[in-house]
Design a binder for this molecule. Sequence first.
Ligand code: UDP
Ligand code: MG
Length: 140
Amino acid sequence: MERTLSIVKPDGVKKDVIGEVLKRFEGAGLRIVALKMAQLTREEAEGFYAVHKERPFFSSLVDFMVSGPIVPMIIEGEGAIKKVRDLMGATNPADAEEGTIRKDFADSIEANVVHGSDASETAAFETSYFFSAFEKFEGR
Ligand code: UDP
Ligand code: MG
């Protein structure tokens, strides 16, 4: 059983597609085992995206991620990391496949509605970044 972190980003919350994202994950046989709404500080957003800190888009990405509330969640299931990435679609919605969340709802390569961990190490870091042991309801 694998776990991954997903986030409905500020643009997705503003567009009222939280339920749609949850439905797609659950509809793919994945299970939501932690969920909340939160608004990040700059420091928290910078820490979450620390791997990207040398990238030219970093400060704009941080501005975007603190621009409104987000909905982080932990998703559990067999092959959850890849399944969530497949449901999300490519980073740039222009490149995303038909029927993916980003193709259907994203406006730009930055405002692309959802986050999903890209590997087991990042999933472990990211799930713990947002949720304590007492907020995770795994393996039900
Ligand atoms: N991003 C951006 N410009 C880029 C690449 C990425 O603004 O050229 C943003 C976008 O919101 C993306 C996030 O930075 O989701 C993290 O980038 P990554 O390459 O990890 O894409 P992801 O894993 O989210 O598909
Ligand atoms: Mg990534």
